[in-house]
Write a protein that binds this ligand. Sequence first.
Ligand SMILES: [Zn+2]
Length: 143
Amino acid sequence: MVKCPKCGTEVVTPVKTWVIPSRKASKRGEERKLVMGIFECSDCKARFRAAVTAETRAEETASVKNMVERIKGIKGELMQTLKNLRGKIKTLETERANLMIEIEKLKKMAESKASALEGEVSMLREEVKSLRDLLGYAEEQEK
Ligand SMILES: [Zn+2]
């Protein structure tokens, strides 16, 4: 964490970082590197260079870890939603299939009713015709 030289606001994560090999550190026989970073103040938007401290890097790692955890959580939620939706779709598909069967049944019922009525109507026609014949109506009087 570094402070903005203009307003003193604390800036946690750098915008950009790069590594500088440190001569002092190499004397001790350790491969130590100095990390520099460009920071942007969230308050006054001033950009400035500062050494990235171990603390800053740890915070950065922590924030990345948090993000990974959050992404995992979101992924889990999405998987759950997907699972629920799949279940819903399956139920709806079953319902649709049942409705199609029902419609088919009703159609058949309507068809058989129609054909029964047709039969009845033709029977009645025959009856009317025979009655006319009985009463002596001429065929011409019919339309
Ligand atoms: Zn500032």
